[in-house]
Design a protein around this ligand. Structure first.
Ligand code: MG
Length: 345
């Protein structure tokens, strides 16, 4: 198997960071070989969107972290600062938690333009304000020219919940909701990086979606939402495969129900890229009790970043992810080896 062979490699390569099966193998074989001190909570071994640490006073502290290396650092619809805040806010949201506070650690390459740094920091500040949170502590380092490509930003975030949402609780009979169009971020970043000229500007969907997720949680009621995951690196294909595997279920999605910006679809087809495997940075996949689905969908559609939300499929007994195609066939949706677009977040 290619995965086994790649894991025998002596060096890390770009695919190990691309959010697919190779990254899963790296995480399982190397990165989770750490003592787990988080008894009774959700720890590293769960590979969920964040950790949940039980508090003596009841409830859980949610902690998550994310490092951002997107290239280029400015792209239509966003920049590395907005991405760094949104990535962490959204991982907290996937655990069911409002963002209470964030940290920011920035590593800069010697020569980085001061005006660009100001723009990025202002963008981070604006993005945190959207979800009523703030960056409360940080760190800055500068390395010599060539030691890194311009700038790397790490953010971490905390939140509190009574009961964490998971990515592994899907049950047969649930429906799957996506909070908006797919593939926008990965395709927009690639188009900008490679200077492709498409007739319409392709925009990233990068956004902090806590308010959208909160609306869904409120509308669903207790236990109405069974699983959540943000389809970032590796896209919807990777996230759905994770959710199906961890939940022990089959997911059947319908190609005709997938919300897609026509310009993104056209660009992806031209580039030969599967939009299902491409990163999104302002979306959530949500498993919902079928009886609550219409209410949850309405609530999501009433939010700024949820207007194009749709029910895209259902959960069944089994152990795979399938796509009903527009022409009436059925095909497997495999977990990609890695996101087809590297350095996208
Ligand atoms: Mg996530």
């Amino acid at each position: 198997m290619l995965t086994d062979q790649k894991m025998r490699d002596k060096n890390v390569n770009l695919l190990h960071g691309a959010g697919g099966e190779l990254m899963n193998a790296l995480i399982a074989d190397v990165l989770t070989k750490i003592r787990n001190k988080n008894a009774g909570g959700i720890g590293l071994e769960s590979l969920d969107d964040g950790a949940a640490i039980p508090l003596a006073s009841g409830g859980y502290l949610i902690l998550t972290t994310d490092t951002h290396v997107v290239k280029p650092i400015f792209f239509p619809g966003g920049d590395i600062g907005r991405l760094a805040v949104s990535g962490t806010v959204n991982d907290l949201a996937m655990m069911g938690a409002a963002p209470v506070a964030l940290t920011s650690a920035i590593v800069l390459e010697d020569g980085f333009e001061m005006s660009d740094l100001r723009t990025i920091v202002a963008s981070m500040d604006k993005t945190t304000q959207e979800v009523d949170t703030a960056i409360v502590t940080g760190d800055t380092k500068v390395v010599e020219k060539g030691a890194l490509d311009q700038i790397i930003i790490n953010t971490a975030g905390i939140g509190f919940v009574n009961k964490p949402s998971r990515d592994c609780g899907l049950e047969p009979g649930n429906v799957i909701i996506i909070t908006g169009t797919i593939g926008d971020h990965g395709i927009a970043v690639l188009a900008k990086r490679e200077d492709f000229n498409f007739r319409t500007e392709l925009r990233s969907d990068v956004a902090p979606i806590w308010h959208t997720v909160k609306a869904a949680l409120d509308a669903a009621g207790p236990d109405g939402i069974t699983a959540m995951k943000d389809p970032t690196r590796g896209g919807v294909a990777s996230a759905l495969n994770d959710m199906a595997r961890k939940s022990g279920v089959e997911i059947m999605i319908d190609e005709e129900l997938l919300p897609l910006n026509r310009s993104i679809q056209a660009a992806a087809e031209m580039l030969g890229i599967d939009v299902l495997a491409v990163a999104n940075e302002g979306k959530a996949l949500i498993g919902v009790d079928a009886e609550r689905a219409d209410d949850v969908l309405d609530a999501i559609r009433g939010t700024k970043y949820g207007r194009k939300a749709a029910i895209i499929g259902e959960v069944k007994q089994g152990q795979k992810v399938l796509l009903r195609t527009a022409i009436g066939g059925t095909r497997f949706v495999d977990a990609p080896l890695g996101d087809p677009v590297p350095r996208v977040c």
